[in-house]
Design a protein around this ligand. Structure first.
Ligand code: NI
Length: 272
């Protein structure tokens, strides 16, 4: 994907939800979980002491309901008849020691068409672009973990050899409802998440992460990586805040100055 995204129109991406659910200052409905076993229900789920010892905070964001129920069932139906192959086909030498899953053949019409559909949904979503500031995205990969399958602890390759894309953010779009399978949590720096089908989890690709073994049912997900215009997550965070401020300012006269600061920071930090 090429081109700089347009953040210059205040109010263009107005939040569609009541401000009470929005993150302070951003105007966006995102769930940023600095200690993400505080799950979407707001309750903290304690892990055993052994797990806590390995855990470190991570900036993990869930964009809830990225997919509408219609789109989700359309994707699920199409995947049912797609050609699934061993996930080791796309694993490097390190990953192949810990990766056990199946994936839709990357060159199949199903993978290509559904991938385009999901990319279009991502880029027209009002939360994903300001959060990720995507410069380039990998093709979407569809993975399935059946009973006994897992992806052990690993860090993603920093640069993909096939296209030179730098992996700043990793993304998992969950496609199975959590009550249809056991296990299969995404575990990032020791923090477990298992959101609803249609929810997107974005996390830094720098982390050590894994997919817990599935013990019942099957966990289907779409995954991809993003090279961001702005490499630093702290800088992206500041731009996201300004984006939210602009959305709230609407036609207020101050919007012009805030927009100017936003654009000039992006000019300073962007690596196009
Ligand atoms: Ni990974």
């Amino acid at each position: 994907m090429n081109g700089v995204l347009d953040y210059s129109a205040p109010g263009k991406n107005r939040p569609r939800v009541p401000p009470a659910r929005a993150r302070a200052g951003s105007g966006l409905t995102v769930f940023v979980l600095n200690f993400p076993e505080i799950a979407r229900d707001g309750h903290e789920h304690r892990l055993p002491r052994s797990a806590l010892a390995e855990r470190s905070p991570v900036n993990l964001t869930i964009i809830s309901r990225l997919l509408t129920p219609d789109l989700l069932s359309q994707i699920t139906a199409r995947l049912a008849s797609a050609p699934w192959v061993d996930g080791l086909q796309t694993a490097g030498p390190v990953a192949s020691k810990v990766k056990r899953n199946i994936q839709v053949e990357a060159t199949s019409p199903e993978a290509l068409e559904l991938g385009e559909l999901i990319k279009k949904t991502l880029l027209t979503n009002d939360r994903f672009p300001p959060l990720a500031l995507p410069r380039r995205m990998t093709p979407i990969l569809f993975s399935r973990y059946e009973v006994g399958m897992e992806y052990g602890a690993h860090t993603d390759d920093a640069v993909r050899s096939r296209d030179g894309l730098r992996t700043d953010l990793a993304a998992t779009l969950f496609l199975s409802e959590p009550d249809t399978y056991d296990g299969g949590e995404l575990v990032v720096n020791g923090n477990k998440v298992k959101p609803a089908a249609g929810d997107l989890v974005l996390y830094p690709a720098t982390t050590i992460h894994r997919v817990a073994p599935v013990t019942r049912g099957a966990r289907v997900a779409a995954i991809f990586w993003v090279q961001s215009l702005v490499r630093s997550s702290e800088q992206r965070e500041l731009l996201l805040t300004l984006h939210g401020v602009l959305a709230r300012l609407g036609d207020h006269p101050a919007a012009l100055s805030v927009s100017s600061v936003q654009q000039n920071l992006l000019r300073m930090w962007a690596e196009p």
